[in-house]
Design a protein around this ligand. Sequence first.
Ligand code: SF4
Length: 401
Amino acid sequence: MPAYSHSQLSTYQTCPYQYRLHYIQKIKMDTEGIEAFMGSRVHDALEKLYRDLKMTKLNTLEELLAFYHQCWEKNWSESVQIIRKEYHAEDYRRLGEKCITDYYKRYYPFDQGRTLGLEETIYFPLEEEKGYWIRGVIDRLALSDHSILEIHDYKTSSRLPTQGDVQSDRQLAFYQMGVEGKWKDIQEIKLIWHYLAFDVEVQSLRTPEELQRLRQETMELIKKIESDRDFSPQESPLCSWCDYQSLCPKRRHRIVAESLPPNEYLQEEGVNLVNRYVELKEKKGILIGEIDAELARVEEALFAYAQREELEAIYGSDHVAKIKTEMKEKYPLKGDPNRKALDEFIKNAGKWMEVSDLNPWMLARILERGGWPPTLAKKVKEFSTVEKNRSIALSKLKERD
Ligand code: SF4
């Protein structure tokens, strides 16, 4: 039975193409971002802290940090990648150390609750009939005051979410659904995030209505994933951290080109073609600008000549330029403050259909964005035909794009 996890659903929302490579084609890449590597090592250390505590052994901070560094050494490999070039592995290592130190000092002697589970796996049906299941792993599950179940999650991210962000967080809400009803006499389930890099604890409670709404939204999302046929790549600032860049149609060429030595780089066919294309476009822009300016000057001179000589036709060697001067009525365009009043006036006069026109480009955009009810969109789409459109869009490369 297919089971979805929070990170699986998030991957789809971030980039359907990455989702396809990872979860459908199950392609494993041997690279790992250093942020994820450091996060895993901090998790290792905090798991050890609470696992040993269950056996009544309280590690000192020095022991815990020694374990952290040992895990770092043992797991470190060349496949760990540092995207932010201004930082080094040691910077991340120190940040992990600080996360553990702050946590240790804040919660020592760790008697806030009784640990029920560590790295606890959950697996529950979102909706049994449809076969949608959710799976996940809870960092730490604890019991406090004999009746409060606490779901703890450790984050080492460099961004501190707002209370609004955590209130709508899906991951821990899933965990709540996964543990509900498992223990007797539980009066409340608390969701607790530890933003370790900020030494901040954030809490949230979920009502049954909120959980039901999340169930619905998740089912909608799963249906969307299961009916997707394209899994199109979706570029975002997160691409720099994507392990699949070398397989992605939007990023692959960049990876290939950047890996070439400088002398081969400029010879590479794609690099060459884009450079030439940009050169010609720029040249064209300059030439068009110059020609347009010259044309405007000659036009003005022709009008002036015709007026001075009282002519309506001026003869060149092979062409005649007929000069016409007339007064034309102009009506307000869209965006003009008078346009709304004019539209209203024509509608009220019952003449709207004689001057209105369908904008097929706008229609396609609205349908593409799912802006109309599905049944209406389906009917309208019956009038459409599919054409292959080719275009080249140039954009300037930014740093770490
Ligand atoms: S590099 Fe970006 S667009 Fe390509 S698969 Fe990864 S996230 Fe998607």
